[in-house]
Design a protein around this ligand. Structure first.
Ligand SMILES: Nc1nc2c(ncn2[C@@H]2O[C@H](COP(=O)(O)OP(=O)(O)O)[C@@H](O)[C@H]2O)c(=O)[nH]1
Ligand SMILES: [Mg+2]
Length: 235
C-alpha cells in the first residue's frame, strides 16, 4: 500500500521569487545542482514536523493545527561549501498517526530529522521506535539528528534537556532543541544535517574512490555512521 504522491506542488526555492505552477515546473525541471538529498522529518503526530518544514521552507508559522493532507515534500536549494545542494524534504502527511508509513517513503532517504516534543513525554518515549523504523527501512548510512521541538514552551516542558542529550548520546546522533514557532535552530538543523551527509559522502569517497566513477549523487554509501554526539541547546 503506497499512498505517497510524488507530484507535490508545494515546492519552494531559495533564490527566486516565482510562485505557483511556474515555480514548481522550474524546480522540478531544475537539474542545475551538485547534489540532491532526500530528507525526512519523522516523529509522533503533533510534535511539530509540518510546522518545522513550513518554517524552514516558507519562513512561516501558523498556530492552527496544520493539516498535512496532500503535503508530500518541499524542495529547497541551499549552498554549502560551494556546492548547490537540492533538498527534497518529505513530510509524513499524517501517516505517522497510524504508523502506516510505507517503505516507499523511506526509500533513498539520506537524512532524518527525528523529532519529539519537549512538552510531550510519549513523543520522547517513541523516539526509540522511530530509530528502529529508520534502521529497518533505510540504508545504513542515513544520517540522523534528534530534535526536541517546542522549546519555547518552557513552562510546559516535561522532557529535560539533559534527557534529550543523553538519548542522543546513546543513539550516537547530534541533538538540538528547537522551536518552529520562534524560529530557533530550525535552519541550523537542516544545515547541520546537510553538512553531516556531505562529510559522510566525502569520507566514503576517500575510502572508496571507485564511487567517483559512478557519480556520487544519492548513491548508497557503505560505511556505518559515526557515533559522534554533539549537543546544541540554547533554550
Ligand atoms: N509553541 C509551539 N507550538 C508548536 C511548535 N511547532 C508546532 N507547534 C504546534 O503544535 C501543533 C502540531 O504541529 P504540526 O506541525 O501540525 O505537527 P505534526 O503533526 O508533527 O506535523 C500545532 O498546533 C502547531 O502550531 C513550536 O515550536 N512551538
Ligand atoms: Mg504534520
Amino acid at each position: 500500500m503506497e499512498t505517497i504522491h510524488e507530484n507535490s506542488n508545494n515546492n519552494v526555492e531559495d533564490e527566486d521569487d516565482m510562485t505557483g505552477d511556474a515555480k514548481w515546473q522550474k524546480d522540478a525541471a531544475d537539474q542545475n545542482f551538485d547534489y540532491m538529498f532526500k530528507l525526512l522529518i519523522i516523529g509522533n503526530s503533533s510534535v511539530g514536523k509540518t510546522s518545522f518544514l513550513f518554517r524552514y521552507a516558507d519562513d512561516s508559522f501558523t498556530s492552527a493545527f496544520v493539516s498535512t493532507v496532500g503535503i508530500d515534500f518541499k524542495v529547497k536549494t541551499v549552498f554549502r561549501h560551494d556546492k548547490r545542494v537540492k533538498l527534497q524534504i518529505w513530510d509524513t502527511a499524517g501517516q505517522e498517526r497510524y504508523r502506516t508509513i510505507t517503505t516507499a517513503y523511506y526509500r533513498g532517504a539520506m537524512g532524518f530529522i527525528l523529532m519529539y516534543d519537549i512538552t510531550n513525554e510519549e513523543s520522547f518515549n517513541s523516539v526509540q521506535d522511530w530509530v528502529t523504523q529508520i534502521k529497518t527501512y533505510s540504508w545504513d548510512n542515513a544520517q540522523v539528528i534528534l530534535v526536541g521541538n517546542k522549546c519555547d514552551m518552557e513552562e510546559e516542558r516535561v522532557v529535560s534537556t539533559e534527557r534529550g542529550m543523553q538519548l542522543a548520546e546513546q543513539l550516537g546522533v547530534e541533538f538540538y532543541e528547537t522551536s518552529a514557532k520562534e524560529n530557533i535552530y530550525v535552519k541550523a538543523v537542516f544545515e547541520r544535517l546537510v553538512d553531516i551527509i556531505c562529510d559522510k559522502m566525502s569520507e566514503s569517497l576517500d575510502s572508496e574512490p571507485a564511487m567517483l566513477a559512478g557519480g556520487a549523487r544519492g548513491q548508497r554509501l557503505t560505511e556505518q555512521p559515526q557515533g559522534n554526539s554533539t549537543t546544541n541547546c540554547n533554550c
